[in-house]
Design a protein around this ligand. Structure first.
Ligand code: ADP
Ligand code: MG
Length: 371
């Protein structure tokens, strides 16, 4: 699948933009702060209903305006699909596919994108939250239903934490604890589904990551992925773990058991990448996670090849990794690359160049690989 046309209105620093896009490689060039990431963020927004950079939609609406529009024409083989998102500063947002309203989690059925960005390094080296987000986003992409499970789990978790806090504050006994039992059941049902969903995903992802690591690093390293869970993929066992920690939970007034406390362990040659990988190895791992996601979506997605977006990544990589990343992505139907200067883009990435300045698309050069 590819994006054939993108239109923005009052999105971030764009007042009006209309951009025809083609399959293959498109390089988007412009100095920092001009709107390159904003442009590719808009495509990710259509696919996922959220920005990869901020929580909430308000920052996406152009300053001083009340609503933004992101519209795309997609091509799936010879089938055309139009998607349009309306982001309102106040009130609810709307998403339409071919003119029909759809829920944002359904957008995945029409558009998948995988974004590579400098922040990916934090997936390897940073806090567990980044790795959970990585897994959960991929889970939701592959099974739109899981997006609903995630939202429900987070809501139940918040409510349960509120209850734990009030139980601690008022030192209440039986009645609050009875209510807690009800929340435990819900947490366990939803949480177990997430735990087993992540487990299955990691099992599928692992061989792809190992292969992608080799392709990017150009060197053999044993890469292992495993989930570290505080809970269990079985609701009854999950519930048991909760019960075992209840007194701790009442004391600390937070939920200590569940997928929100879990992590994805990444090992290189038997050592945790988070604490032992070199800078180059961490980059190879981060890129491998994204490439593996793209491969998995390509294999099993309903929408065909995901749109690959490489936002400002080449400037971060050494020559070898640059060249090998180019080899790994060129087979995808559509690849969008952003860079501050054309020299950051490896010569092997041949495609159209689009220039951007202060929220305006200055035009496209027909010349392939034109710097
Ligand atoms: N809601 C908004 N309204 C107006 N301008 C915005 C909004 N959000 C971000 N910007 C502007 O967009 C620019 C950043 O664009 P970005 O795409 O991140 O740049 P880059 O080209 O470096 O990737 C900044 O100048 C920022 O002020
Ligand atoms: Mg940027």
């Amino acid at each position: 699948m590819h994006v054939a046309h993108l239109e923005l209105r009052d999105y971030r620093n764009y007042r009006e933009a209309s951009l025809p896009l083609a399959p293959g490689v498109t390089v988007i060039v412009g100095p920092n702060g001009q709107g390159k990431t904003n442009l590719v963020e808009a495509i990710g927004y259509l696919a996922s209903g959220a920005s990869h950079r901020v929580a909430g939609d308000q920052p996406l609406v152009r300053q001083g305006e009340d609503r933004a529009i992101v519209r795309a024409r997609l091509r799936h083989g010879d089938r055309a699909v139009t998607m349009e998102a309306e982001l309102n500063r106040t009130g609810t947002n709307r998403l339409q596919v071919n003119g029909q309203p759809v829920r944002s989690r359904e957008a995945r059925r029409y558009l998948d994108s995988v974004l590579f960005a400098p922040e990916d390094l934090a997936t390897v080296r940073g806090e567990p939250g980044g790795r959970r987000r990585f897994l959960d986003e991929l889970l939701a992409m592959r099974q739109p239903r899981m997006a609903g499970v995630l939202t429900d789990y987070e809501r139940v978790l918040r409510q349960r934490n509120t209850l734990l806090k009030s139980a601690r504050a008022s030192r209440v006994g039986a009645s609050a604890l009875g209510t807690l039992d009800v929340w435990d059941e819900r947490l366990a049902a939803l949480g177990a589904e997430l735990v087993s969903g992540r487990d299955a995903l990691v099992a599928e992802l692992a061989p792809h990551v190992a292969g992608a690591y080799q392709a990017i690093a150009g060197a053999a390293q044993e890469v292992r992925l495993s989930t570290e869970t505080t809970a269990d993929g079985d609701p009854d066992a999950f519930l048991e773990r909760l019960r075992a920690r209840r007194s701790d939970e009442l004391e600390r007034a937070v939920t200590l058991v569940g997928p929100h406390r879990d992590d994805l362990l990444i090992e290189l040659n038997g050592m945790p990448a988070r604490t032992t990988a070199s800078h180059g190895e961490s980059w190879s791992t981060a890129l491998a996670l994204k490439l593996a996601s793209a491969e998995l979506l390509r294999e099993t997605g309903q929408a065909g090849d995901p749109v690959l977006v490489l936002d400002d990544v080449f400037a971060e990589l050494d020559a070898g990794r640059r060249a090998r990343l180019v080899d790994a992505v060129t087979g995808y139907e559509q690849v969008l690359v952003t860079a501050a200067v054309a020299e950051d883009v490896p010569a092997g990435l041949v495609g159209r160049t689009i220039r951007i300045r202060a929220g305006e698309i200055l035009g496209a050069d027909a010349e392939p690989g034109d710097g």
